[in-house]
Design a protein around this ligand. Structure first.
Ligand SMILES: C[S@@+](CC[C@H](N)C(=O)[O-])C[C@H]1O[C@@H](n2cnc3c(N)ncnc32)[C@H](O)[C@@H]1O
Length: 302
Protein backbone atom coordinates (compact mmCIF):
# COMPACT_ATOMS: atom_id res chain seq x y z
CA UNK A 1 0.00 0.00 0.00
CA UNK A 2 2.71 2.46 1.13
CA UNK A 3 0.28 5.38 1.35
CA UNK A 4 -2.12 7.00 3.77
CA UNK A 5 -5.79 6.05 3.65
CA UNK A 6 -7.85 8.45 1.56
CA UNK A 7 -10.08 11.13 3.13
CA UNK A 8 -13.03 9.20 1.58
CA UNK A 9 -12.11 5.97 3.38
CA UNK A 10 -11.61 7.92 6.60
CA UNK A 11 -15.12 9.44 6.20
CA UNK A 12 -16.52 5.96 5.56
CA UNK A 13 -14.99 4.72 8.86
CA UNK A 14 -16.48 7.71 10.66
CA UNK A 15 -19.91 6.98 9.14
CA UNK A 16 -19.62 3.32 10.27
CA UNK A 17 -18.72 4.44 13.81
CA UNK A 18 -15.31 2.79 13.43
CA UNK A 19 -12.52 4.64 15.20
CA UNK A 20 -9.94 1.80 15.21
CA UNK A 21 -8.24 1.29 11.84
CA UNK A 22 -4.95 1.51 9.94
CA UNK A 23 -3.92 4.88 8.57
CA UNK A 24 -0.70 3.95 6.81
CA UNK A 25 1.41 0.91 5.95
CA UNK A 26 5.02 1.28 4.79
CA UNK A 27 8.00 -1.07 4.47
CA UNK A 28 9.26 -0.65 8.06
CA UNK A 29 6.30 0.96 9.74
CA UNK A 30 2.55 1.07 10.11
CA UNK A 31 0.24 3.61 11.74
CA UNK A 32 -3.02 2.91 13.56
CA UNK A 33 -5.71 5.34 14.63
CA UNK A 34 -7.23 4.32 17.96
CA UNK A 35 -9.98 6.78 18.87
CA UNK A 36 -8.26 10.15 19.26
CA UNK A 37 -4.83 8.53 19.65
CA UNK A 38 -2.26 7.33 17.14
CA UNK A 39 0.10 4.36 17.40
CA UNK A 40 3.16 4.18 15.13
CA UNK A 41 4.66 0.66 15.03
CA UNK A 42 8.17 0.81 13.58
CA UNK A 43 11.26 -1.21 12.76
CA UNK A 44 13.62 1.74 12.22
CA UNK A 45 13.80 5.23 13.76
CA UNK A 46 13.87 6.80 10.27
CA UNK A 47 10.62 5.03 9.31
CA UNK A 48 9.00 6.21 12.58
CA UNK A 49 10.06 9.83 12.01
CA UNK A 50 8.86 9.79 8.37
CA UNK A 51 5.52 8.38 9.52
CA UNK A 52 5.16 11.21 12.06
CA UNK A 53 5.74 13.81 9.28
CA UNK A 54 3.25 11.94 7.04
CA UNK A 55 0.70 11.98 9.87
CA UNK A 56 0.84 15.76 10.11
CA UNK A 57 0.17 16.09 6.35
CA UNK A 58 -2.68 13.54 6.54
CA UNK A 59 -4.23 15.39 9.49
CA UNK A 60 -4.16 18.66 7.52
CA UNK A 61 -5.91 16.95 4.58
CA UNK A 62 -8.64 15.27 6.64
CA UNK A 63 -9.11 17.76 9.49
CA UNK A 64 -8.55 14.96 12.05
CA UNK A 65 -6.60 16.09 15.09
CA UNK A 66 -5.02 13.44 17.28
CA UNK A 67 -4.66 13.98 21.02
CA UNK A 68 -1.57 11.80 21.47
CA UNK A 69 0.98 9.92 19.40
CA UNK A 70 2.49 6.71 20.79
CA UNK A 71 5.18 4.63 19.10
CA UNK A 72 6.18 1.02 19.57
CA UNK A 73 9.34 -0.70 18.36
CA UNK A 74 8.73 -3.94 16.39
CA UNK A 75 11.50 -6.30 17.52
CA UNK A 76 12.55 -9.50 15.71
CA UNK A 77 12.16 -11.57 18.89
CA UNK A 78 8.92 -11.70 20.95
CA UNK A 79 10.99 -11.63 24.14
CA UNK A 80 12.15 -8.09 23.25
CA UNK A 81 8.64 -6.66 22.94
CA UNK A 82 8.02 -3.47 24.91
CA UNK A 83 5.00 -1.25 25.63
CA UNK A 84 4.30 1.81 23.44
CA UNK A 85 6.06 5.06 24.36
CA UNK A 86 4.33 8.46 24.38
CA UNK A 87 5.88 10.74 21.71
CA UNK A 88 3.42 13.64 21.70
CA UNK A 89 0.51 14.74 23.88
CA UNK A 90 -0.19 14.94 27.59
CA UNK A 91 1.77 12.56 29.83
CA UNK A 92 -0.91 13.05 32.51
CA UNK A 93 -3.90 11.67 30.55
CA UNK A 94 -4.94 8.07 31.37
CA UNK A 95 -3.27 5.39 29.23
CA UNK A 96 -6.69 3.77 28.66
CA UNK A 97 -9.10 4.93 26.00
CA UNK A 98 -12.22 3.55 24.32
CA UNK A 99 -12.53 2.90 20.58
CA UNK A 100 -15.52 1.91 18.53
CA UNK A 101 -15.85 -0.61 15.69
CA UNK A 102 -19.19 -0.54 13.92
CA UNK A 103 -20.57 1.02 17.12
CA UNK A 104 -19.13 -1.76 19.35
CA UNK A 105 -16.93 -0.37 22.11
CA UNK A 106 -13.54 -1.76 23.18
CA UNK A 107 -11.02 -0.54 25.73
CA UNK A 108 -7.48 0.17 24.54
CA UNK A 109 -4.69 0.26 27.12
CA UNK A 110 -1.36 1.72 25.99
CA UNK A 111 0.12 0.75 29.35
CA UNK A 112 -0.79 -2.94 29.15
CA UNK A 113 2.36 -4.02 27.31
CA UNK A 114 3.14 -4.60 23.64
CA UNK A 115 -0.48 -5.24 22.54
CA UNK A 116 -3.06 -2.57 23.28
CA UNK A 117 -6.18 -4.75 23.39
CA UNK A 118 -7.76 -4.92 19.91
CA UNK A 119 -6.47 -6.70 16.81
CA UNK A 120 -7.91 -4.45 14.12
CA UNK A 121 -7.10 -6.92 11.31
CA UNK A 122 -9.96 -9.12 12.65
CA UNK A 123 -12.60 -6.42 11.98
CA UNK A 124 -14.28 -8.23 9.07
CA UNK A 125 -14.29 -11.56 10.94
CA UNK A 126 -15.94 -9.94 13.96
CA UNK A 127 -18.57 -8.36 11.70
CA UNK A 128 -19.19 -11.71 9.96
CA UNK A 129 -19.60 -13.52 13.29
CA UNK A 130 -22.06 -10.91 14.55
CA UNK A 131 -24.10 -11.14 11.37
CA UNK A 132 -24.27 -14.96 11.64
CA UNK A 133 -25.60 -14.65 15.21
CA UNK A 134 -24.52 -18.03 16.66
CA UNK A 135 -26.44 -19.20 19.75
CA UNK A 136 -23.36 -20.64 21.50
CA UNK A 137 -19.82 -19.34 20.93
CA UNK A 138 -16.54 -20.88 22.06
CA UNK A 139 -13.78 -18.25 21.84
CA UNK A 140 -10.38 -19.87 22.39
CA UNK A 141 -7.21 -17.75 22.89
CA UNK A 142 -9.83 -15.09 23.60
CA UNK A 143 -7.44 -12.29 24.74
CA UNK A 144 -9.77 -9.30 25.49
CA UNK A 145 -12.81 -11.23 24.21
CA UNK A 146 -13.69 -9.07 21.18
CA UNK A 147 -15.22 -12.06 19.33
CA UNK A 148 -17.26 -12.93 22.43
CA UNK A 149 -18.57 -9.36 22.66
CA UNK A 150 -19.88 -9.26 19.09
CA UNK A 151 -21.46 -12.73 19.41
CA UNK A 152 -23.07 -11.71 22.72
CA UNK A 153 -24.46 -8.55 21.10
CA UNK A 154 -26.11 -10.85 18.55
CA UNK A 155 -27.64 -12.92 21.36
CA UNK A 156 -25.07 -15.71 21.93
CA UNK A 157 -24.10 -17.39 25.17
CA UNK A 158 -20.31 -17.34 25.15
CA UNK A 159 -17.34 -19.22 26.59
CA UNK A 160 -14.02 -17.35 26.49
CA UNK A 161 -10.78 -19.21 27.24
CA UNK A 162 -7.37 -17.61 27.76
CA UNK A 163 -4.34 -18.37 29.91
CA UNK A 164 -4.24 -14.74 31.01
CA UNK A 165 -6.69 -13.81 33.77
CA UNK A 166 -5.79 -10.15 33.20
CA UNK A 167 -6.87 -10.36 29.53
CA UNK A 168 -10.16 -12.01 30.52
CA UNK A 169 -10.75 -9.26 33.10
CA UNK A 170 -10.31 -6.79 30.25
CA UNK A 171 -12.75 -8.93 28.28
CA UNK A 172 -15.36 -8.61 31.06
CA UNK A 173 -14.80 -4.86 30.95
CA UNK A 174 -15.48 -4.89 27.19
CA UNK A 175 -18.79 -6.67 27.91
CA UNK A 176 -19.65 -3.96 30.44
CA UNK A 177 -18.68 -1.18 28.01
CA UNK A 178 -21.33 -2.59 25.66
CA UNK A 179 -23.91 -2.95 28.45
CA UNK A 180 -23.89 -6.74 28.18
CA UNK A 181 -24.84 -8.50 31.44
CA UNK A 182 -22.29 -11.22 32.29
CA UNK A 183 -24.77 -13.94 33.39
CA UNK A 184 -24.84 -15.97 30.16
CA UNK A 185 -21.11 -15.77 29.68
CA UNK A 186 -18.28 -17.92 31.04
CA UNK A 187 -14.60 -16.96 31.27
CA UNK A 188 -11.98 -19.70 31.84
CA UNK A 189 -8.45 -18.58 32.73
CA UNK A 190 -6.87 -21.84 31.62
CA UNK A 191 -4.95 -23.61 28.86
CA UNK A 192 -7.10 -24.18 25.75
CA UNK A 193 -5.55 -27.64 25.32
CA UNK A 194 -6.86 -28.63 28.78
CA UNK A 195 -10.26 -26.92 28.46
CA UNK A 196 -11.33 -28.44 25.13
CA UNK A 197 -11.30 -32.10 26.31
CA UNK A 198 -13.14 -31.01 29.49
CA UNK A 199 -15.91 -29.34 27.46
CA UNK A 200 -16.14 -32.47 25.32
CA UNK A 201 -16.50 -34.77 28.35
CA UNK A 202 -19.36 -32.55 29.52
CA UNK A 203 -21.05 -32.99 26.12
CA UNK A 204 -21.00 -29.26 25.32
CA UNK A 205 -21.59 -28.18 21.72
CA UNK A 206 -21.07 -24.81 20.03
CA UNK A 207 -22.45 -23.13 16.90
CA UNK A 208 -19.28 -21.07 16.38
CA UNK A 209 -15.69 -21.67 17.51
CA UNK A 210 -12.83 -19.18 17.20
CA UNK A 211 -9.31 -20.61 16.85
CA UNK A 212 -6.89 -17.67 16.71
CA UNK A 213 -3.82 -18.86 18.63
CA UNK A 214 -0.44 -17.14 18.99
CA UNK A 215 2.51 -18.45 16.99
CA UNK A 216 4.33 -19.53 20.15
CA UNK A 217 3.53 -19.69 23.86
CA UNK A 218 3.95 -21.72 27.05
CA UNK A 219 0.78 -23.23 28.48
CA UNK A 220 -0.02 -25.13 31.69
CA UNK A 221 2.92 -27.02 33.21
CA UNK A 222 5.28 -25.21 30.81
CA UNK A 223 3.72 -27.02 27.84
CA UNK A 224 5.05 -25.59 24.59
CA UNK A 225 2.54 -24.27 22.06
CA UNK A 226 3.90 -23.92 18.50
CA UNK A 227 1.15 -23.12 16.02
CA UNK A 228 2.52 -24.85 12.94
CA UNK A 229 2.91 -28.09 14.91
CA UNK A 230 -0.37 -27.98 16.84
CA UNK A 231 -3.02 -26.19 14.77
CA UNK A 232 -4.17 -29.53 13.36
CA UNK A 233 -4.57 -31.09 16.82
CA UNK A 234 -6.47 -27.97 17.92
CA UNK A 235 -8.87 -28.24 14.99
CA UNK A 236 -9.44 -31.96 15.68
CA UNK A 237 -10.43 -31.12 19.27
CA UNK A 238 -12.63 -28.20 18.15
CA UNK A 239 -14.55 -30.30 15.63
CA UNK A 240 -15.57 -32.63 18.48
CA UNK A 241 -17.32 -29.61 20.04
CA UNK A 242 -18.92 -28.32 16.84
CA UNK A 243 -22.70 -28.61 16.54
CA UNK A 244 -24.23 -29.44 13.13
CA UNK A 245 -23.78 -26.45 10.76
CA UNK A 246 -21.23 -24.86 13.10
CA UNK A 247 -18.76 -22.22 11.98
CA UNK A 248 -15.07 -22.46 12.86
CA UNK A 249 -12.61 -19.60 12.35
CA UNK A 250 -9.00 -20.66 11.74
CA UNK A 251 -6.64 -17.73 12.05
CA UNK A 252 -2.90 -17.26 12.36
CA UNK A 253 -0.13 -14.69 12.01
CA UNK A 254 2.51 -17.39 11.59
CA UNK A 255 4.38 -16.74 8.34
CA UNK A 256 4.86 -20.51 7.84
CA UNK A 257 1.08 -21.05 7.60
CA UNK A 258 -0.64 -19.29 4.71
CA UNK A 259 -4.30 -19.50 3.73
CA UNK A 260 -3.60 -22.38 1.34
CA UNK A 261 -1.89 -24.51 4.01
CA UNK A 262 -4.74 -23.80 6.46
CA UNK A 263 -7.16 -24.99 3.78
CA UNK A 264 -5.25 -28.22 3.05
CA UNK A 265 -5.00 -29.03 6.76
CA UNK A 266 -8.69 -28.24 7.34
CA UNK A 267 -9.85 -30.44 4.45
CA UNK A 268 -7.87 -33.37 5.83
CA UNK A 269 -9.14 -32.95 9.42
CA UNK A 270 -12.77 -32.43 8.40
CA UNK A 271 -12.70 -35.52 6.15
CA UNK A 272 -11.09 -37.66 8.88
CA UNK A 273 -13.85 -36.52 11.28
CA UNK A 274 -16.41 -37.62 8.64
CA UNK A 275 -17.86 -34.14 8.46
CA UNK A 276 -18.48 -32.05 5.36
CA UNK A 277 -17.57 -28.38 5.07
CA UNK A 278 -17.47 -25.32 2.88
CA UNK A 279 -14.82 -22.64 3.32
CA UNK A 280 -14.59 -18.93 2.83
CA UNK A 281 -12.41 -15.97 3.76
CA UNK A 282 -13.71 -12.47 4.27
CA UNK A 283 -12.62 -9.94 1.59
CA UNK A 284 -9.41 -7.99 2.34
CA UNK A 285 -9.78 -4.90 4.52
CA UNK A 286 -9.62 -1.55 2.68
CA UNK A 287 -7.07 -0.10 5.14
CA UNK A 288 -4.64 -3.05 4.90
CA UNK A 289 -2.35 -4.00 2.00
CA UNK A 290 -3.16 -7.43 0.49
CA UNK A 291 -1.74 -10.38 2.49
CA UNK A 292 -0.91 -8.21 5.52
CA UNK A 293 -2.51 -9.11 8.85
CA UNK A 294 -3.76 -12.50 10.00
CA UNK A 295 -4.37 -15.35 7.53
CA UNK A 296 -7.94 -16.44 8.18
CA UNK A 297 -10.34 -19.11 6.99
CA UNK A 298 -13.95 -19.80 7.99
CA UNK A 299 -15.14 -23.42 7.90
CA UNK A 300 -18.90 -23.94 7.54
CA UNK A 301 -19.36 -27.48 8.82
CA UNK A 302 -22.22 -29.76 7.96
C1 LIG B 1 -3.17 -13.67 19.28
S1 LIG B 1 -3.90 -13.42 20.86
C2 LIG B 1 -5.53 -13.83 20.43
C3 LIG B 1 -6.28 -12.67 19.84
C4 LIG B 1 -7.78 -12.79 19.92
N1 LIG B 1 -8.25 -13.94 19.17
C5 LIG B 1 -8.44 -11.51 19.40
O1 LIG B 1 -8.86 -11.47 18.22
O2 LIG B 1 -8.48 -10.54 20.17
C6 LIG B 1 -3.31 -14.84 21.72
C7 LIG B 1 -3.89 -15.09 23.13
O3 LIG B 1 -3.67 -16.47 23.43
C8 LIG B 1 -3.42 -16.61 24.82
N2 LIG B 1 -2.79 -17.93 24.98
C9 LIG B 1 -1.54 -18.31 24.60
N3 LIG B 1 -1.38 -19.64 24.80
C10 LIG B 1 -2.53 -20.11 25.34
C11 LIG B 1 -2.99 -21.38 25.75
N4 LIG B 1 -2.21 -22.46 25.65
N5 LIG B 1 -4.25 -21.51 26.24
C12 LIG B 1 -5.06 -20.40 26.34
N6 LIG B 1 -4.67 -19.17 25.95
C13 LIG B 1 -3.43 -19.02 25.46
C14 LIG B 1 -2.60 -15.41 25.18
O4 LIG B 1 -2.71 -15.13 26.57
C15 LIG B 1 -3.23 -14.32 24.27
O5 LIG B 1 -4.22 -13.60 24.96
Amino acid sequence: MNRWISPELFSAFEAQQTSAHRLFTGPNVWVERLGRDILISFKTDAARDDALCGLREWETQTGFQSDRVFSRFLPKQNAERVAPVLMEGSPNAPLQTVVSEGGVRYEIDFGAGYSHGLFIDQRANRAFLRERAPKRLLNTFAYTCSFSVVAALAGAQTVSVDLSKKSLDRGRKNFELNELPLESHRFFADDVLDVLPRLERRGEKFDAIILDPPTFSRGNRGRRWQVEEQMEKLLVAAIELAAPNALILLSTNCTKLNRRSLEVMARFVVKTARRGCEMHSEPPLPDFPPAEGAQTLWLHLR
